[in-house]
Design a protein around this ligand. Structure first.
Ligand code: CP
Ligand code: NVA
Length: 306
């Protein structure tokens, strides 16, 4: 049985297999052909943080696959008032077929998965957001930007950046990360990515220079400067990230046909300008929709590997 807690645990072949399944299921659903690949199965969705896309895409995805999803916020279940993770894991996994968790610490996901009898999916933690990267790469595949991509990530060294590091180093493409001083990625995750890059041939560069990162890039991406749980740092972060906005001037340094991606929610005029977000190069809503399709590929893949 496999869990999906980070792309670190997955090979290039496995990542591409999941995506191919997602593409196949997307085609079927667009043709109104709903194949009940997960008939009678239940996905438990535990949310300790807010969500629009993750909740809707997993719930609708499970329904379209012939199954059912349960939304469990930490206000509703005893996990939120101190019932141990290991007890919650054993109870929920004795009744459900798969579990998706959005939480703070990656270690909580790891602990849950150790006690779970069914596959556990990371629906975002402070360290990683791997399901988002499946959708991001699917969006790149759909417009041919998966061919020798040069991806520039400009902004906070957060869960999204860490996941980009894993994806690039596993698949073997060029990734340039530009973060402000003091907001760099976790050095241990950078070290892991550099190790994987040696095998895959990925070219990874880390800097504090957004312009250098974006020059000639084929994909430009960013994320909020204030992730969930960092609300109190807002003022200090807004100051530290000055000059990191992805606006038209920065986009102009990228390759002519470059695309812009953002996992959303986006803050206009903060990490990205309204004109870039709403402009022709932006594929943010295709990217958001692909959460639905890519995650169905993932759930079907996990079901096959149990
Ligand atoms: N991108 C993403 O995970 O969005 P939500 O927080 O709305 O789920
Ligand atoms: N980095 C953001 C991503 C939201 C989808 C956060 O963790 O809040």
């Amino acid at each position: 049985m496999r869990h999906f807690l980070t792309l670190k645990d997955y090979t290039k072949e496995e990542i591409l297999e999941i995506l191919e399944l997602g593409v196949e299921i997307k085609k079927e659903v667009k043709a109104k052909n709903f194949v009940p690949r997960l008939a009678n199965q239940t996905l438990a969705m535990i949310f300790e943080k807010s969500s629009t896309r993750t909740r809707v895409s997993f719930e609708v995805g499970m329904y379209q696959l012939g199954g059912h999803a349960l939304f469990l916020s930490n206000r509703d279940i005893h996990l939120g008032r101190g019932e141990p993770v290991k007890d919650t894991a054993r109870v929920i996994s004795s009744m459900c077929d798969m579990v998706m968790i959005r939480t703070y610490e990656q270690s909580k996901l790891e602990e849950f998965s150790r006690y779970s009898k069914v596959p556990v999916i990371n629906g975002l933690s402070d360290s990683y957001h791997p399901v988002q990267l499946l959708a991001d790469y699917m969006t790149m595949m759909e417009c041919g930007k998966d061919k020798n991509p040069i991806v520039a990530y400009v902004g906070d060294g957060n869960n999204m950046t860490h996941s980009w590091l894993m994806l690039a180093s596993k698949l073997g493409f060029e990734l340039r990360v530009a973060t402000p001083k003091g907001y760099e990625c976790d050095p241990a995750i950078i070290a892991d990515a550099m190790e994987f890059a040696k095998q895959s041939g990925a070219k990874i560069s880390i800097s504090n220079d957004p312009k250098e990162a974006v020059k000639g890039a084929t994909v430009v991406t960013t994320d909020t400067w204030i992730s969930m749980g960092q609300e109190e740092e807002k003022a200090q972060r807004l100051r530290a990230f000055e000059g990191y906005i992805v606006d038209e001037a920065l986009m102009a340094l990228a390759e002519k046909g470059a695309i812009f991606l953002h996992c959303l929610p986006a803050y206009r005029g903060v990490e990205v300008s309204e004109s870039v977000l709403e402009g022709e190069q932006s594929l943010i809503f295709e990217e958001a929709e692909n959460r639905l399709h890519a995650q169905k590929g993932l759930m079907v893949w996990l079901d096959k590997h149990r």
